[in-house]
Design a protein around this ligand. Structure first.
Ligand SMILES: Cc1ncc(COP(=O)(O)O)c(C=O)c1O
Length: 444
């Protein structure tokens, strides 16, 4: 059995080499099974998974409620195409996304785990009605958010930020801020303007970033021609950098002043990653549009744009859509995921995990102070930034971790940030085991 599995790993790797282009950068890990916070390779070797399919498994691999919902939907009907024949799972998911909209009404309390705790969670169902369109991927959803913002404002320009990652399609490639994702793929989409984002660890303050945006508005683009700004509430691929509350609130005020729509890209920071359904809930700011994806489909391709109903309805009939967007099986999974994310105890457990991870990461950072520069994040979306701005040391750490049984991912413009995305269904024991391996991989 083991020999056969090993042989099959070799076959998979050889076929990957022969039939899949190198542009899709992969590791040589051949996964054969995954459950909870663990996965197994073709040799039967077990790993603690701190990657979660890049933030797609916030509630754990193979969550029973999700797989049950998928099985039930598979037996009812598969693809219909929502534009041909509508079906309940799509509208039910749009309704559920409205219920979890991060609305901020006058007088609402903002969720603050360390200060007032769970009693302070805003219970407002949202200050305005929303509508949602369902898509297949985060990039497709970001593209649709921009289309909707342009239609609603009659303006063309889009403002994005340093270190942003919004996807790999033509428009989102222009919005994304790392050469590897766009080098050689021009011409890029036009009227996409980049402003600085705060990065306190590397010396960019909120004031610096806001000053940069004001300069952009003076030098390059009239704010009156900007349809939307798009910001990840916690920058993901760019290095797990949480956007400070003061920055997000100042952007909201600037948007209101100039009639610009605020688009929160929560593809990586959303769906429970930080503990709340959306990271922006913690900042007391209501966006105009919110883009979600990754964990939303519980492992199936699903993304959404949710936003103020008047903005979403600005697009003419036929202007939005797609063959597979909101596939019924993915919607059934999405409904089960949102049920889990809003179930009693989910936030509390995420908060416990955040506290455990943060405390241990602080210890690890202190122990390896020559290597590690900062521990940062929001809620359970945490990372270590290595001092050296090169991917070499972090590659050595992720490779050593893998050899010791932990799957880890790096991120950041220089690849020197080690991010932790363990499923929030992980036990303390699994988390401790993963953290010990990380400690060892950093040099013991
Ligand atoms: C913040 C953010 N936006 C958009 C995307 C693109 O999502 P997808 O890969 O599903 O197209 C990603 C993917 O990592 C992301 O992290």
């Amino acid at each position: 059995m083991r020999v056969e599995e090993r042989a099959s790993a070799e076959r998979v790797l050889a076929a990957r080499e022969r039939f899949v282009p190198r542009g899709v950068a992969t590791t040589d890990l051949v996964v054969t099974r995954a459950w909870g916070a663990r996965l197994w390779d073709a040799d039967g070797r077990e790993y603690i998974d701190f990657a979660g399919g890049i933030a797609c498994q916030n509630i754990g691999h193979g969550a029973a409620s999700v797989t049950r919902a998928i099985h039930e939907q598979v037996d009812r009907y598969l693809h219909q195409c929502f534009m041909v024949g509508i079906y309940e799972p799509y509208v039910a998911l749009a309704e559920r996304l409205d219920e979890v909209w991060p609305g901020v009404a006058e007088g609402d309390a903002v969720y603050r785990p360390g200060d007032g705790g769970f009693a302070a969670v805003a219970s407002s169902p949202g200050s305005r009605p929303t509508k949602s369109i369902l898509l297949n991927s985060g990039a497709e959803a970001v593209e649709n958010a921009v289309k909707i913002a342009r239609a609603a404002t009659g303006r063309d320009a889009v403002v994005v930020f340093d270190r942003a990652f919004h996807g790999r399609t033509n428009l989102t490639m222009a919005m994304t801020s790392k050469l590897v994702y766009k080098q050689g793929f021009g011409p890029l989409a036009t009227d996409v303007h980049r402003a600085p984002a705060p990065y306190p660890f590397r010396g960019v303050s909120v004031d610096d970033a806001l000053h940069g945006l004001q300069l952009l508005f003076k030098q390059d683009v009239d704010p009156q021609s900007v349809a939307c700004l798009v910001l990840e509430t916690v920058q993901g691929e760019g290095g797990f950098i949480p956007m400070p509350e003061a920055f997000v609130q100042a952007l909201r005020a600037l948007c209101d002043e100039h009639g610009i729509l605020y688009v929160a890209d929560e593809v990586q920071s959303g769906c429970g990653r930080t503990g709340t359904v959306w990271a922006i809930e913690r900042l007391g700011v209501e966006p105009d549009l919110l883009v979600s994806g990754k964990t939303l489909g519980g492992g199936l391709p699903l993304a959404a744009v949710t936003g103020r109903a008047d903005v979403m309805d600005a697009v003419h009939p036929g202007g939005l859509g797609g063959t597979f967007g909101g596939n019924p099986v993915a919607c059934a999974a999405g409904l089960a995921v949102l049920e889990e994310l809003t179930a009693p105890g989910f936030r509390e457990r995420a908060e416990q995990i955040a506290t455990l991870l943060h405390a241990r990461l602080d210890e690890i950072a202190a122990k390896h102070g020559n290597l590690v520069g900062e521990v940062r994040g929001l809620g359970a979306m945490l990372a270590l930034e290595l001092r050296e701005q090169s991917g070499e040391a972090s590659r050595a750490v992720t490779t050593a971790a893998r050899e010791k049984g932990l799957i880890l991912l790096s991120c950041g413009l220089y690849g020197n940030v080690i991010r932790l995305l363990p499923p929030l269904s992980a036990t303390d024991e699994e988390l401790e085991k993963g953290l010990s391996i990380l400690d060892e991989a950093l040099g013991g």
